[in-house]
Design a protein around this ligand. Sequence first.
Ligand code: FO1
Length: 313
Amino acid sequence: MKVAALAGGVGGAKLAAGLQAALPPGDLTVIVNTADDFDLWGLHICPDLDTVMYTLGGVANPETGWGIKNESFDALGMLTRYGEDTWFKLGDRDLATHVLRSARLRSGELLTSITAALSNSLGIPSYILPMCDEPVSTMLDTPAGKLNFQEYFVRRGQQDEVRGIELRGVEKARSTAAVLDTLAGAETIVFCPSNPVVSIGPILAVPGMREAVTSSPAPKVAVSPIIGGRALKGPADKMLASLGHEVSATGIARMYEGLVDRMVVDHADEDERNDISDLGMTVLATDAVMRDEPDRGRLAREVLGFAGSLAGR
Ligand code: FO1
């Protein structure tokens, strides 16, 4: 049963790991946001791709959800001694990923092919695809000026009010053949519980992506990242509010109207069932919080069952 999942940061990676556990090897392809990528010390860093890759590879740091477990930070310590501002915590093992990816990008290889090679080396039984091969940067309009995503998220600790979003470079990006083939062949498309504006939004903004999703006859299921009016992790709730969206499961459903036909919400949002149904979506209310690995697998199986993808298995 071929499943395509759209994902951004930590929440998206967790559900992707559950889907991987629930499906036969090779049946899951995760299409990942790359608009929060940035360059540091000559290295090209792809936080969302790496978060998904480390999580599916079983090497992610369980405390943070990003980075590698049992990591050391000696290189970062040395950079600090050299007087560098080490606000972005790059671990020693994690650095190897960025060094290799950057070298291969400089030699002309595409991010899609580099990501496939890295995931393969980690023994990952799923496919991980960047949303596109061209650079796209999420730039946020804030009272402190225009900030790139990592400046906003990590350096300034998500304190600034987000008044607008620019996806710099997206008009020059193209949906890759790998992404288009995946969506065309998918028997289920899952929108992971990632931030709809800065994680799923950039993926859908890549020219050709929306059309590829809407033209697929597969069931399309979104899992709400908002539970009881709050984001479980990250600034999605604050960001949605300051951008004028309703901070609720219904608000998420409205953002995906015309794209998905099924919504998974938490029991806490059960009373929104009718509002979401009015948007033409079928609703599954369940425990949508992923506290541990069994939770990820359970939620993934419920999502697949809801989409009809577990029929006969
Ligand atoms: N997030 C942080 O909050 N602080 C960090 O220092 C940090 C370092 C980091 C290094 C590598 C990596 O792949 C991810 C890292 N993240 C860090 C997470 C990342 O910035 C965010 O999770 C995503 O961009 C949000 O989707």
